[in-house]
Every structure is written in structure tokens, then in C-alpha cells.
Design a binder for this molecule. Sequence first.
Ligand code: ADP
Ligand code: MG
Length: 343
Amino acid sequence: MSYSIFCVGHPLIDMQVREAEDLLTKYKLKANDAILADVEREPIYEELARERQVVFVAGGAAQNTARGAAYILPPNSVVFAGCVGDDDLAEQLRDANRREGVLDVYQVKQGQKTGACAVLISSGHNRSLVTTRRVSNDLDEEHFWSPTVAPLINSAKVIYMEGYMLTHRADISIRLAKRVSSAGKISVLNLSAPYIPRLYNAQIQEIAPYCDIIVSNEAEAEAWAVSNGHPEPTNMSVVAKAIALLPKANTIPPRIVVVTQGALSTTVVSADDFAPKIYPVQPLREEEIVDTNAAGDAFAGGFLAAYVLEKNLDICIETGHRLAAMCIGQEGPRYKWPKVQVL
Ligand code: ADP
Ligand code: MG
């Protein structure tokens, strides 16, 4: 098998620092939070690089999913495209992808900075995330159809997009989805964060006809339901069915909607029968949970890996659950355990 999954998203590098109490005070941050950096917080990345022991971990939603899928699949199965700068941070990302078996095909913008996320760990399990998107927002459409990248898209079976792509120049992602779905590929969208369906609902409506699989967690599904005036926004079976019923450009394959709910069961609706299926999750014990960050990204990686191996839906969900559990048992979105059988 060769490069069956092509992922697109914002490449971000996580810069983890421990004992970050002083930084929380200095940059006026909450111990447990996730924000986009404003001008006042922008100097934090330079300060971390200069003055602290930083552990660099590859991040970014779709890039995490790519690394998750690559953990399961044979070498040369997963590609990730996004936009980076010509800096050290991009090098760190390349190293992580190389180590973890993802081929990255970055668009590089000279003189620009790679997106980053400061992960400030303080006493206990507290972590404050401060993201700066920087040049990750600026992926150009031409990059997809460049001589290096176009063949990778053309030979992939599945194209996976993070919902964050809909926040900026959404037309690029919408055209990509349209093009790949009309070429008979499986196009997958992750809603990524509640604010995506809250603020970019129109863009979701526009891309949905070209999406064969839509993945979200319960908060994102609920936000979608609220944005669309749904009467029962917290009933995941009903909401998943409503998403499955969104207009679709082609009828085959029928759309699959997957809604994860953390430690609770995952709900799946397929547009072939619209009957909700509930898949139980084995909740992890408190002492087994290290970091629930990126659990959803790992789930999507496991799901996609099983999907391209042509496993049935039950196994796809099970593989997603297992990879997510593995991710939660480790710090950061990593899959560093000795290769275990997840399929
Ligand atoms: P997100 O990270 O997007 O919020 P979820 O919280 O729904 O996504 O988690 C995705 C998956 O991670 C779940 O379907 C489940 O498989 C796994 N998961 C999350 N929390 C737990 C938990 N406490 N115990 C076991 N599995 C979990
Ligand atoms: Mg969650």
C-alpha cells in the first residue's frame, strides 16, 4: 500500500514546558485553558525557546491524526500537507513526522514563522495552551496541484481535513473536497472544535455535500445542532442523523457520521439506513489518564487506518477507541509505545 491517506491542516508545533507557574503569571494565563495568542502573548514563544527547557512535540489536529494513522499502517501510507515557515520549528515538525512515519509535503513561506502552541504545564495535571497560527493559515491552493503534491492527492484513497481549515480561506478546502469527491475518493471532515460549527456553519453547509465521513465530538455536534436550530441539540443519535441527512453530491458511498463523547459511548449514523449505532467505550481509570489532549485526533487516526485497510465499520470504531486510549495514556499526542496490535 502506498500513501492511501492524505491529510490537510494547520501544522503546529507544541512547545511544552514544565513548572510554568511564573509564565502563567507573567502572561496572565489560566492554569487550564486553550486560547489563541494575542499581541501581548506573542513573545512567549521566543522566551520559551531562549530561556526554558522546551520539549518539542508535533501538534496540529490533522497532523496528529496523520501520525496516529501512520502508527498503525505500513510505512509510506500517510501524507500531511500544510503551510510552514523556513525556521527551526518547521525542522522540528519534519523530524517528528519522519520519526513517526508521516510524509510531510509542506508549503514553505520564506521569512515566515511556523505555527506553534505553547503548552505550559503547572502543578498537578494543569496545562495552559496558547496557540499562534502564524503562517499555517496561509496555505495556497496551488500547493495542492504542484508537481510534488498533486500525484499524492491523486493516488490517495482518503482525504482528511480538519475543520480549522474552514476558518480562513475556506473556499480552498471546499474546492479540494469537491474535486476529490468527484474523483471518487473518500473525503473526511472533522469539525475540530465547537467554535467551528458555531461561527463557520455556512462553510460547513457548503463543504458537507462533498464529505463522505464527518467526525466530531459531542460538543461540536451539539454546537452544529444549535447553529442549525435543531430541536434536540444534546441527543447525539438525532444530531448525528441530521448531519448524515445533509445534502450530498453523490449518493455512493452513503455518508457516515461519527460522534465521540469522551469516556461515553460513540454514536454512528450511516446514511444507508440512518439507524443510530452505539459503540461503548471502556473508560480509563483515573490513574491511567495522563493527557486527554488530542484524544479525538487519535480516534480519527485509528478510524482512518482501519478504514483504508477496508475493515468494517465496527472495527474502524474499535480501532479509533484503542488508539485514543493509547494517546490518553501518554503525554502529548504521541504513540510511543512499542508497536502493539491495534487491529
Ligand atoms: P475530543 O478529544 O475531540 O474531545 P473525545 O473526548 O470524544 O474527543 O474523545 C475521543 C475518544 O477518546 C473517545 O471516543 C474515546 O475512545 C477516547 N476517550 C476519551 N476520554 C476517554 C476516557 N476517559 N476513557 C477512555 N477513553 C476515552
Ligand atoms: Mg472531549
